[in-house]
Structure formats: C-alpha cells, structure tokens
Design a protein around this ligand. Structure first.
Ligand SMILES: Cc1ncc(COP(=O)(O)O)c(C=O)c1O
Length: 280
C-alpha cells in the first residue's frame, strides 16, 4: 500500500531543490559567518543572499528580515518585544491563533499587565471584523497591537490581510501577522499591505525545520529577543544556522508554483484532500 501524506499544514517534506541547494554548504562551507576569513565570508555571503531573496519575495528591505529558529520564536518576539520596547498596553487577537501566539499573549497579560481582547469568531473560525473595529475604536488611549494569523493551521481559514492592515492603520494600532501557513505559498507584499511584524517558518514551504524569519518594519524597531553576540545585526545572538537560512530563500518561486494547490488546500482542506485522493 502506498501512503499519501496529507499533513502539509503540520510540516512539508524538504524539496529536492532545497536539498540540492543546501548540500554544497553542508559539505564544504563550514565557516562561521561571523568570522572575517574567507571560510566565514563565503558562508556569510550565502546567508545574505538568502536574506535578500526572502526580503524581495515579500517586498521588504533586506535590513528588515531577521532569521530566527522558526515561527514560534518570531511570534514570541513580535508580541513580547512590542510590549517591552514599543509601549504596547493592549493586544487584540483571536482564540484560534496558534498556541505560540495565544500563550505569548497570556504571558504578557500576566507578567506585564497587558489588557487582552479576544475577538469572537464565526462558524468557520474567522475573527469578527466588526468586533475588531469596535475594539480598535475603543482603545481608551492605550497603545494597541493586533495579532492575527493569515491562515489557520488546523482549519485553513484565512483572514483578509488587507482589511485588517487598513483598520490598524486607520486606528493607529500596530499589526503583527503569523503568516507561517501562507508565506511561500501566497503572494504577500508589505508595501501593498503594511504590517509591523510578520512571521515565517521554512518547514512550511519545503525547507528544513528550526529556521524561520521575522519581518520588522523600520517604523517599529525593537530590541533583541535573544541576547548574545552581534549576529543578525545585533538582533539575535547565536551562531547562525547557515544552511538552514540558505534554505529559507526564494519563497516567491515556490508560491508561484504552489499557489493553486496550496490555495485550494487552505481555502477548503476537505475538498482538496478528496480531489487529490481521487487523482492519485
Ligand atoms: C500558524 C503557525 N504558527 C506558528 C507555528 C510554529 O512554527 P515553528 O514550528 O516553526 O516554531 C506553526 C507550526 O506549526 C504554525 O502552523
């Protein structure tokens, strides 16, 4: 019996293209990217090329992308650092966010006294936009962060990123989106759809586990979440996982290829699986 893998929302297999791109670095480019000798410089060049590719794929500047250990770290960083560094006193979110989002919010509620508004969701788990607008209008002068995932990892429901971004701009709130399920599969452009923070994870678009990125808008600079050396332009201590960062590149190419199938998967997972199964 041939097995069919239907759990791409949990993780995707690493593609041949990514394995082939990683192999030369794994085999021969062992330098520390922070070292100034040739071995270090060649690895640093690969990491910076990957950063540029990720930045270009979402319309961001290269200096606005920071590699992390994945979606969990990026979400924690956006939520906790915006409270610590940007004076956020109020967070609007949804109970259907990934646990790394809801638990980070519960932490800042407990530790920092942040007020939290959990939006009601409809029958398909979409947050109520009317309730979002009312909550934004009713901020009581508190600096507010809206954090809502682009697509839900369990049920595939997507939010209208443009609409939420527009509402946040209108009411002067910051906006973070967990785009872990969509970046690399759906076109996202931070010039057209402004966000303050955006989280991605390579293992959801055929890259390795344990690497991801955070986009940080230059409007809302934050301080490091992980203290240490000067890596990631002083924003994240720790020797970089270079091959993995390298494998993070070119989500745009992948989204062009996967847009149709992945779109179907997210918009209607059951139908997609039934169809895929029939064609198999
Ligand atoms: C929507 C969403 N956010 C965050 C995460 C966490 O990402 P990572 O596993 O890279 O830490 C996941 C992974 O399951 C996810 O699906």
């Amino acid at each position: 019996m041939q097995r069919v893998y239907f759990d791409n929302a949990a993780t995707t297999p690493i593609s041949e293209e990514v394995i082939n791109a990683m192999l030369p670095i794994l085999r021969g480019q062992y330098g520390n990217p922070s070292s100034i000798h040739a071995e270090g410089r060649s690895v640093r060049a690969a990491v910076e090329a990957a950063r540029k590719a990720v930045a270009q794929s979402i319309g961001a500047g290269t200096g606005e992308i920071f590699f992390t250990s994945g979606g969990t770290e990026s979400n924690n960083m956006a939520i906790k650092c915006s409270v610590r560094d940007l004076g956020v006193q109020r967070i609007i979110s949804s109970p259907t966010e990934h646990h790394c989002g809801t638990h980070a919010i519960e932490t800042v509620e407990k530790v920092n006294g942040v007020e939290v508004v959990w939006l009601p969701v409809d029958a398909v788990g979409r947050p109520d936009y009317q309730a979002l607008e009312s909550a934004l209008a009713d901020s009581g002068g508190k600096k507010t962060l809206v954090t809502l995932m682009h697509a839900n990892n369990e049920i595939g429901t997507m939010i209208d990123l443009g609409k939420v971004s527009g509402l946040c701009r209108q009411y002067g709130a910051l906006f973070h989106s967990d785009t872990v399920q969509t970046v690399g599969h759906f076109p996202i452009n931070v010039q057209e759809t402004p966000l303050n923070f955006m989280s991605g994870a390579a293992h959801k678009f055929h890259g390795p586990k344990g690497v991801g990125f955070i986009y940080i808008s230059p409007e809302t600079p934050i301080k490091p979440f992980i203290d240490g050396g000067a890596q990631e332009r002083n924003m994240r201590g720790g020797t970089r996982t270079c091959t993995a960062s390298w494998a993070c590149q070119s989500p745009r190419t992948r989204h062009q290829r996967n847009e149709r199938t992945r779109g179907a998967h997210l918009r209607c997972p059951q139908l997609f699986e039934r169809k895929t199964f029939r064609n198999f």
